[in-house]
Design a protein around this ligand. Structure first.
Ligand SMILES: [Zn+2]
Ligand SMILES: [Zn+2]
Length: 557
């Protein structure tokens, strides 16, 4: 029976273009997972959207001397252009600026308020005496009270991943003018996480399938004590607070953006003409997966689950396969320091599948990993071109030349043929198992190993020699190799969708890939192949040094 799979992916702040770190952190793994499940015939709903609220947007707008709405419009448009180029297949990519989202967020807020999980209280918040304004979240810079990192911001520490309240920062400074802010009384609404402590601890204890880094972070957080957290802000950009007297305040962005997973599901259902269809992905036996970067673990394993418990009747997260960070040439990626490779720019010069391959085989699943230009060129040339592409090309070109472009009729299978076909079927099972458990590096590594073995198989069977004495033997080995290529095309599809589609056509097969076709599909003898073309492009060695120089130049400007 088909499974029902909900895939929620982190909402990117619409305050800058997408870079390789975003792709490796959550968008690529989510897309691989979605493609895999759709190919298995499962019912997938994958949603996300631009996060257009919060201080990351207003800080950027003030820096540019423009409006938050203009910043959001520009970057949201850019996101929409990037996704198809990278091959990210959303069911819906919306924004948090829709009327639908505001309604769903208000409903959520109001229900938690009625149930007593949200309360009002006066707190002391930082205000800049010079700018005469409150300084929520990113309007304050300072030192992290947990790890001592000096570049922490009022909404969290990038260094240790702890979410922060601005008031916790050591040596706080106004982001706008650098003045030391002072505390002033202000009334806010609080989500009372302490009321969920026992239920969350018990629920987290049952999530044995979570990644170790996610479990450890979450358990440590519960053990350090869950406290009420303010979920409104003194700011005028965002979703209004459905509470009298709060007209000049807005809901905190990390309270409402996670509600976006639900509001996007509802928006998608309405667009299908079946407004209640979303319920299928928000109740048993559906399973929900949240693909995020490690900075957002708290919001997805504690805050959002608490909100779901308080609201009631909605599916709890099944897995939160958070990734670690991608570094660039051994340094942290940084938008503000321009130490980044922008996705759009990258994809004007290189193929999406080359990038998807390199980011998948070296995905920061359990530790930070590094992207370097040298490694990119090496893996593209040695692995995609010389291993996988070469295996495919040798087999299809030789078949085109010697067998009139048709899949040859096999004779009796040699032991090597049987062993290779068995090996392909074992690899297929193993790739399936790895993908089902979000082990993406292992999955693509297994598929690439099979491609390597393909080249060894060809050298052992040597159809180019056999053709002169024993045409049937050459036909048999090519027939075998073509079956394995067909299996590889499927195994590689979630990772390398563009080249798998091309290979599908070269194999003379019709239709598009990825819908209910997750199987080792045989290609019958006699099938007319289409003219083979190289699957991947060889890159000049000089590319690495040229690109590195370009990166350094951009970071200096
Ligand atoms: Zn820290
Ligand atoms: Zn100031």
């Amino acid at each position: 029976m088909a499974e029902t799979i909900f895939i929620g992916v982190a909402w990117p702040y619409a305050n800058g273009p997408l870079h390789l770190g975003h792709a490796a952190g959550c968008y690529l793994p989510a897309d691989i997972f979605a493609r895999f499940h759709r190919a298995r015939g499962n019912d997938v709903l994958m949603v996300s959207g631009s996060d257009q609220h919060g201080t990351p947007i207003t800080v950027q707008a003030e820096a540019e001397g423009t409006t938050p709405a203009e910043v959001v419009r520009r970057y949201h448009t850019g996101f929409l252009e990037s996704w198809p180029k990278l091959g990210i297949t959303w069911d819906l990519f919306t924004t948090t600026g829709t009327e639908n989202h505001a309604q769903v967020a208000h409903d959520f807020f109001s229900r938690l308020l009625e149930q007593g999980y949200i309360f009002r209280d006066t707190m002391q918040a930082l205000k800049c005496p010079k700018c005469n304004r409150f300084l929520p979240d990113r309007y304050v810079d300072g030192t992290c009270p947990y790890c001592g990192d000096k570049s922490a911001r009022g909404d969290g520490c990038d260094n240790c991943g702890k979410p922060l309240n601005a008031e916790e920062l050591v040596d706080p400074r106004c982001r706008i003018c650098g003045t030391t802010p002072a505390l002033f009384a202000t009334e806010h609404c609080f989500l009372d996480l302490s009321k969920f402590s026992d239920r969350l601890a018990e629920w987290v204890a049952r999530q044995e399938h979570w990644k170790p880094n996610v479990i450890t972070f979450t358990k440590n957080f519960i053990e350090s004590g869950l406290r009420p957290r303010p979920i409104t802000r003194d700011i005028n950009w965002g979703i209004t607070v459905p509470v009298p007297g709060f007209e000049s305040k807005r809901i905190y962005v990390w309270f409402e953006n996670v509600i976006g997973y639900l509001s996007a599901s509802k928006e998608w259902a309405k667009a299908q003409g079946e407004p209640d269809l979303w319920r299928k992905w928000w109740s048993e036996p559906a399973r929900s997966y949240y693909f995020i970067g490690k900075d957002n673990i708290f919001f997805h394993t504690l805050s959002w689950p608490a909100m779901l418990m308080g609201y009631g009747g909605l599916l709890m997260p099944y897995d939160v396969p958070a990734n670690e960070h991608l570094t660039l040439e051994r340094r942290p990626l940084s938008t503000s320091r321009r130490w980044a490779i922008w996705l759009d720019d990258f994809l004007t010069r290189y193929d999406a599948d080359s990038l998807r391959y390199v980011l998948s085989i070296n995905m920061p699943e359990s530790a930070d990993t590094d992207f370097s230009w040298q490694e990119f060129v090496r893996r593209n040339n040695d692995e995609l071109v010389a291993t996988y592409g070469n295996f495919v090309n040798r087999v299809l070109s030789f078949t085109a030349r010697e067998f009139d472009g048709r899949v040859p009729e096999p004779g009796n299978l040699a032991d090597a043929d049987k062993a290779f076909l068995d090996r392909a079927s074992t690899a297929f099972q193993s790739v399936t198992d790895h993908l089902a458990h979000c082990r993406f590096r292992a999955a693509i590594g297994e598929a690439m190993t099979l491609a390597q073995e393909g080249n060894r198989f060809l050298e052992g069977r040597a159809p180019w020699h056999a053709i002169r004495q024993n045409r049937s033997d050459a036909a048999t080995s090519l027939h075998t190799a073509i079956q394995v290529i067909s299996a590889l095309k499927t195994m590689m599809y979630p990772f390398l969708p563009f080249s798998s589609e091309r290979l599908h056509r070269m194999l003379g097969l019709d239709g598009t890939l990825g819908k209910n076709d997750w199987a080792v599909a045989p290609v019958p003898a006699g099938t007319p192949l289409r003219s083979p073309e190289p699957l991947f492009k060889l890159l000049e060695d000089s590319v690495a040094s040229e690109e590195l120089a370009r990166l350094r130049q951009a970071a200096r400007e």
